[in-house]
Write a protein that binds this ligand. Structure first.
Ligand code: PLP
Length: 432
């Protein structure tokens, strides 16, 4: 009897693929199951590890053995399913996480990256060539803005920045060489809500792609189900939720993900922003509690928004009827997960914002820190931090006050107490 490592490996992998596809059988008559529910999609995905382990073992290998040279050749050509080649290409641990993300997003496939920026830049570069044109929301994460506004110039790729809620402006900006429309579902930091269905229609009408960053609103929105062609995430934020690593994801159809991984032309394969399998394994575990966390983030942010309204603060929260896209959000969101954990207050000047943030940190409201989606509340002055790459005149033009404090509301069990601490901070500084 001939034993080969490869056979054992394949056997294990096929064993996984066969069993991982098991889905909980549900009656299609149940209306709660008929709607797209990202949390249930993840719940229904049973991923069996190599030894039936519920948390599949972490593949701690950069390279993989082949017992027959021919199989290696086929794998390089993408013709050998179930084989792993080299971990910059695919790693079993990354594949488990990618499969769970694709289930959550309702896409055919997904790819995981070493940061959110790696996901964004790989997806954009895969779609563009020298001389392409991009239409992008002007309100995006500052790093994305800098990449589009400054870095893409190297490739003679022009970007027209638009108000993502102004569809006529988007249509007018499209040129014959436009390859994609880029936006965030809930924009950073102004928390505008984009009508993904309408943007997807514009993209389809022009034969171009709609690429959506859904970092602020995983589960709340399912952009691919609304027509977006590619969905990207900074998993650093809500998806992982622990602030212990940076990571990203690209969810799309099989063809696009295969293109990214192509050994000759794939941006992800060739630029190599691969996620470490130790990290993907821990992110995967955190993904399974995302739905509970999103509900609590949203619950707490809603509570604060109502209280901010009571005390007359100037703030932005899409869960409030006053928000210009509140009705739109209600129409396209998955209501089970609320209006999200992000809220922004306007202190009008950067100085007042700094004083308030320092005071709130002193009182234990949370941390004066960038980033979001953590179990503790985080706050920062967007114009001076995560949007500082956007020129100040443009910040003002898009309606971003220099005193804007963006809150990522934590998982506080006693949000009433948190509000009291915020109110005390405001009173002590004589801001209210
Ligand atoms: N997208 C959004 C909306 C962000 O807020 C950020 C970072 O703050 C990123 C992308 C970039 O992600 P990462 O820091 O994981 O590279």
């Amino acid at each position: 009897m001939i034993f080969c490592f490869q056979a054992i490996m394949y056997q294990n992998y096929y064993f996984c693929t066969v069993r991982k596809n098991m889905k909980i059988s549900v009656s299609t008559l149940n209306p709660h199951i008929m709607k797209f529910d990202p949390a249930t999609k993840i719940q229904d995905l049973l991923q069996f590890g190599e030894f039936g382990d519920v948390n599949p073992s972490i593949t701690d290998s950069a390279t993989y053995t082949f017992m027959e040279a021919e199989t290696m050749v086929d794998t390089f050509h993408g013709e050998q399913e179930g084989c792993f080649l080299y971990s910059r290409h695919w790693n079993p641990s990354n594949r488990y996480l990618a499969e769970a993300l694709a289930a959550m997003e309702g896409t055919e496939s997904a790819w995981v990256t070493a940061s959110g920026m790696a996901a964004i830049t790989s997806a954009i570069l895969q779609l563009c060539k020298c001389g392409s044109h991009i239409v992008s929301s002007v309100t995006t994460y500052g790093g994305t803005f800098a990449f589009l506004a400054n870095y893409m110039k190297k490739f003679q790729i022009e970007v027209t920045f638009v108000d993502p809620t102004n569809h006529q402006q988007i249509k007018d900006a499209i040129r014959p060489n436009t390859t994609l429309i880029y936006t965030e579902t809930m924009t950073n930091p102004l928390l505008q809500i984009c009508d993904i269905e309408a943007l997807a229609k514009i993209a389809d009408d022009h034969g171009i792609k709609l690429l959506v960053d859904n970092t602020f609103t995983p589960m709340i929105f399912a952009p691919a189900k609304l027509g977006a062609h590619i969905v990207v995430y900074s998993m650093t934020k809500f998806i992982n939720g622990k602030n212990d690593c940076v990571a990203g994801a690209i969810c799309a159809d099989e063809q696009f993900i295969n293109d990214l991984a192509d050994v000759n032309t794939g941006t992800a394969m060739l630029l190599g922003p691969v996620l470490d399998p130790l990290r993907s394994s821990s992110i995967r575990k955190n993904l399974f509690t995302l739905h509970i966390r999103m509900k609590q983030h949203s619950h707490n942010a809603m509570y604060l928004a109502e209280k901010f309204k009571e005390i007359g603060l100037k703030f932005i929260y899409p869960g409030m009827p006053e928000h210009p896209q509140h009705e739109l959000m209600k129409k396209i969101m998955n209501p089970d997960f609320g209006f999200g954990g992000m809220i922004a207050i306007d202190m009008e000047t950067a100085e007042k914002a700094s004083q308030l943030m320092e005071k709130m940190q002193e009182k234990g409201v949370g941390y004066l820190a960038v980033s979001l989606g953590y179990f503790k509340t985080l706050f920062s002055n967007s114009g001076k931090s995560t949007s500082s790459e956007v020129p100040e005149e443009l910040q003002r033009e898009m309606g971003m006050s220099e005193g804007l404090i963006r809150f990522s509301v934590g998982l506080d069990n006693n949000i009433e107490r948190t509000f009291d601490l915020i109110q005390e901070s405001l009173k002590e500084l004589k801001f209210i």
